[in-house]
Design a protein around this ligand. Sequence first.
Ligand SMILES: Cc1ncc(COP(=O)(O)O)c(C=O)c1O
Length: 484
Amino acid sequence: MRKEILELEQSVLNLDLKDNRRTDFNEKVVNYLNNFIDNLKDKNGFESDFSSSELIFEHPFNANGYPIEEILNLFENAVNSNGIQPASGAHIGYIPGGGIPTAAYGDFIAAMTNKYSGIYFANPGAINIENHILNWFAKLFGFNLKRYGGNLTTGGSIANLISIVAARDKHNIKGADYEKTVIYGSAQMHHCIHKAIRISGLSECIYREIPLEKNFHLNIKSLEKQLIEDTKNGLTPFLIICSAGTTDTGVVDDLDTIGDLANQHKCWFHVDAAYGGFFHLLEEHKGTFKGIEKADSLVIDPHKGMFLPYGSGAVLVKDRADLLKTNYYLANYMKDAYSGHEHLSPADLSPELSRNFRGLRIWLPLLFHGTQVFKDALKEKLLLTQYIYNEFEKMEFIEVGPRPELTVFTFRFICKNKDPSSLNQQILEQMHKDGRIFISSTKIENEVWLRVAILSFRTHLKEIELLIEMVEKHFKNQFKSSIA
Ligand SMILES: Cc1ncc(COP(=O)(O)O)c(C=O)c1O
C-alpha cells in the first residue's frame, strides 16, 4: 500500500507545477494577458459572429491534459473573439466597468494563498480587510459604524436578495400575512429585485408599481397617496424600493423624501445604488444622493463604479441585527471557530460559508492606487456623458431622452416613414454587426430606445468621438431613406 500511495503522491505533485513548470506557466499566462491589455484599444466592442465559441466543445477533458500554449490559444479563439468585449473602452452598453488589473492581481493572490474568508477564526486578517472596506463604504454613505452590518457579495443581484430577505425577517412576514402586505417599487426598478421578491417567497404579497414622473423618477405624490390608501384599507405597507441610478435611464430617485415617507409609514427603506452609488464619492454629487443614509438596506456594486472585474457587490444594512437574524447559525462542527472571540464574520451576515476571499480585489487597488484616481475616472465618465449628449442634442435627426443625471441616457433616430421602434432596432442590429462600439437598447413605454452607458474606466474621448462619428456619418447615411 505504501508503494501505491507514493506513486499517487508523484502524480498529485503535478498539481503544484513543480520544477520550473510554475515559472514557465506564469510567464506564458502573463505574456498572454499583457498582449491582451496592450491590444485592447484596437479591439471591437462587440463581435457578432459567435461560431468560434463552439471550439470549446472540440476539446474534451482527457486524462493527461493539454499544453498551456494550446489552452491559451483556444481561449483566444473561442472566448476572446466573440460577444461583448467588457474589458474594452468600446463597451458602452448595459452597465460596463472594465476590470482594473490590480483587482485581478488581488484575485490571483487570494486564490494562490487560498485564505479562508468565511470566518474570523480561520483568518482574522482576511476578515479585517473585508470589514475595513465595508467600514469605508459605510462611512461614505453615512451609516453608523457601530450599528451597521455589511457583506461583500458577488454582485448586485445577491446583495439585493440579502436585503429583501433581511427586510422580510425584520418585519416578521409570514405566509399568512402575504395577502395584506404591500411592497412598493417602480417600473425602473432593476429586475433582479423582482427575482429577489420571488426567491424570498414574497411574490404573493401585493406589489404596487408606483408611476414615474416624466423624467423617470418615482412619483412621490403617487407613492404617498398609495401608502395612505393602503393603510386606510387595512393593508400593511412593508417595503419601499427605490433606485440611486436606474439601469435603463440613469436617474436617482428623491431618496430624502422617500426615506422620510418610509419612516412615517414604518416601512423598510431599500435603496438599490448598484449602478449609481460610487458617484457619491464626488463632492459635486453629494446633493444627488441626499438621504441615502436613511436606507435600511443599501446595495452598491464595486464591479461597476469601482471598475473591478465582475464578481463584486456589497450590501449595507442599517442595523446588523437584521442581517444576523436571517443568516447567523452555529453549526456543531464549527463550535471551535466561534469560541474565544466576538468578531462577526461574513458567514454570519450572508448565506455563504466558504467563499472566495473577495475583499482582496477591492483592498489591493484602493491601497495601491489611492482613492483620487477612482474619483477622476468617475468625473471623466460624467463629462464624457455630457459631451456626447450635447453633440446628439444638436443633431436634428436624433431625439434624446432626458438630460443624464449620471452616465446613462437614451436616444433614438427620428423616423421618416417607419415606426420608430423598428427603425431603431434595425440600426442597433447594424451597429452590433459593425461592432467598433457596443451600445445596447431598452424599451420605454413599449418603444425601442438606444441606450448609452459610459462607465468603463477605459472609455475615453477617442471612443466617444468614434460613436458620435458612427451615428452622424455612418448610420445616418446607411439609413438615410428612413431617417427624418
Ligand atoms: C441598478 C442595478 N441593480 C442591480 C443590478 C444587478 O447587479 P449584478 O449584475 O451585479 O448582479 C444591476 C445590474 O446592472 C443594476 O444596474
